[in-house]
Design a protein around this ligand. Structure first.
Ligand SMILES: [Zn+2]
Length: 198
């Protein structure tokens, strides 16, 4: 698998902000994780560079009420399938409320206006990343789309001290998640229902 290492700004200050985030949301200061889950996202943007620029800095431009740490995922996959690694895999990154303490995030460029338009090349790259991560981290047991976040509460994977800190998420949509789960079925990861029963 070809990975282009394209780090965001990784400084002691970013680590300090990560520890502050962990203290606020999880009750203890830490800046690295033991990965247990992989969370798949879309960026709701069509520009890899714009997303990268947004993730680059240490401090979030918004949302400071709940911590200054900026958003970033660990991986960013462009529409042609190019894989960028933005931080070490064990960094505590801010990409999924409730799950940052235990998860690696993969962002996919696309999903503007909620369109389920992620590409076949992105699907192949996500499969490669999931295989790479699960072979390197036997601690990883779960694979989910961000929109399935509520299901992790029953699984005991969700941690969040601030009850009102929550956001509904559509990404990356059931079509992409079903396709990805089908591709990595042999890994026997724990997954969640693709569509919520009504
Ligand atoms: Zn997301």
């Amino acid at each position: 698998m070809q990975i282009i290492y394209k780090p965001v700004l990784l400084t002691d200050y970013r680590k300090q902000l990560a520890r502050e985030y962990a203290q606020m949301h999880y009750g203890e200061p830490f800046d690295t994780i033991i990965p247990q889950a992989i969370v798949i996202h879309w960026t709701a943007s069509n520009s890899m560079q714009a997303v990268y620029n947004y993730f680059y800095g240490e401090e979030a431009s918004t949302d400071r009420e709940y911590g200054k740490l900026n958003l970033t995922s660990h991986y960013l996959v462009d529409r042609d399938g190019t894989i960028y690694q933005l931080t070490p895999e064990t960094n505590l990154n801010r990409h999924a409320i409730g799950l940052n303490w235990c998860s690696i995030g993969i962002e996919n460029v696309g999903g503007v206006n909620g369109n389920q338009d992620l590409t076949d090349a992105q699907l192949e790259s996500n499969e490669k990343i999931v295989r790479h991560l699960t072979s390197n981290y036997p601690s990883i047991k779960y694979l989910l789309g961000h929109y399935q976040q509520d299901r992790t509460k029953k699984a005991g994977l969700w941690k969040e001290n601030i009850s009102e800190y929550y956001a509904d998420k559509p990404d990356p949509g059931p079509v992409f998640m079903q396709s990805l789960i089908n591709k990595v079925n042999d890994l026997k990861l724990v997954t969640f229902p693709i569509i919520e029963p009504s």
